[in-house]
Structures are given as structure tokens and as C-alpha cells.
Design a protein. Structure first.
Length: 202
């Protein structure tokens, strides 16, 4: 096709519009995911996020033999649309397919205690250090749909972040037993915030 003396590939133009629509839909869905996560006390306690990378989506199909080999995620990720750059402290995989909808497709994460195969119900997620070796096994039946992304925590050190999470979890248990006004609960809550104040990068 020629318009104004210039040549255009119709199929390319249609493909570009479809890609733009897909990106817009992915961003809308990603925003919904981020909104839900930032309203989750458990997620905030475990991650203490400073920046969350816009969620991405993938579909692994048995017909195509999809899988992802063992790797470590990039230390820094940049988003071309927003200009956001983050240090990837934590990786997130949100499962969007039910386990009975596909075979294979397990997320395998390696740590000091060995390998862990993870295959969760739709709507459940796993949060793990981005420095971990991990892979996705081949999908042998059906389709595995997931969202994946990264975040930069206010607490860079994984050990410190784990200690703060354990402390917060214990405080919440004590609150249910003793109430917010208990003197020891108040003291431990103060320690929790002072540790974040000591370690946080904001």
C-alpha cells in the first residue's frame, strides 16, 4: 500500500497495533496485580518493597515444548516505557493456571537446602531471591500461564530482610494473644521499626 508517496506494509501495521494493544492490556493487568500485592500485609512484610517492576506474562504450551533453562535473573532490570530501573532483590512468580490444567511446568528453585519444585494454585505466588538458580521444567500437557516480575526491597540484605520478617510474624502472633497495648508488644514493635530504620535504603 502507498500513502502520500510512501510505502507501508499492511500486515506490519496491523501487527504493530495488535502489539500495542497487548502491551496496554498487560499493563492494566499488571497494575491490578501490583495494587493487590501492595494491599497484602503478608507480601509487604516479606518483601518490604521499594520498587516493583511492571509485571510481565508468559504462556508455556506443551505443543511448543516450552520451558526455561537454569539461570539467575539479571541484577538490574529497566523498563523502557517508564524509565524505571531497579536492582532485582526478589523475583516473583504468580501462577495463573490451575495445576490440573497442565503437566510439567514446575518452577524449580535451588538454594542452600537443595532444589524445590513449586506448582501452586491459580492466584498464588512465590517470592524468592533473584540471586537463586532456577528453571521451569518442560510443559508436557496443556498450557501454563503465569505472571513474573521483580522488586527492589528497601532492605538489600536477604538475611536482614528474613530476620525482620520473622520478627514481624512473631509480633503479629503476640498481638492476637496480648493485644496492641501490651508493653512487650509495644517494645518489640519499636525494635522492628528501628531495625528497618537502620537497614532501609529509601
Amino acid at each position: 500500500m502507498r500513502l502520500g508517496g510512501r510505502s507501508f506494509n499492511c500486515r506490519c501495521a496491523i501487527g504493530c497495533r495488535q502489539t500495542q494493544r497487548a502491551i496496554a492490556v498487560a499493563r492494566q493487568l499488571g497494575n491490578r496485580i501490583v495494587s493487590a500485592l501492595t494491599a497484602s500485609p503478608g507480601f509487604l512484610s516479606a518483601a518490604i518493597p521499594r520498587h516493583i517492576f511492571p509485571p510481565l506474562f508468559n504462556r508455556y504450551a506443551a505443543a511448543d515444548g516450552h520451558h526455561f533453562g537454569v539461570h539467575v535473573d539479571n541484577a538490574v532490570r529497566g523498563d523502557r516505557l517508564t524509565g524505571l530501573q531497579i536492582r532485582t532483590d526478589l523475583s516473583v512468580t504468580l501462577f495463573l493456571s490451575e495445576p490440573n490444567e497442565y503437566d510439567g511446568g514446575e518452577l524449580v528453585i535451588e538454594d542452600f537446602y537443595g532444589s524445590h519444585e513449586i506448582k501452586l494454585p491459580a492466584g498464588a505466588l512465590v517470592l524468592y531471591p533473584a540471586s537463586s538458580l532456577h528453571l521451569v521444567t518442560p510443559v508436557t500437557r496443556g498450557r501454563r500461564v503465569a505472571s513474573f516480575f521483580w522488586l527492589q526491597s528497601m532492605i538489600r540484605d536477604a538475611h536482614a530482610r528474613s530476620l525482620i520478617y520473622d520478627l514481624d510474624t512473631s509480633i503479629q502472633v503476640l498481638v492476637t494473644k496480648l493485644g496492641h497495648d501490651d508493653s512487650e508488644v509495644i517494645r518489640l514493635t519499636g525494635i522492628y521499626h528501628n531495625l528497618i530504620r537502620y537497614w532501609a535504603e529509601v
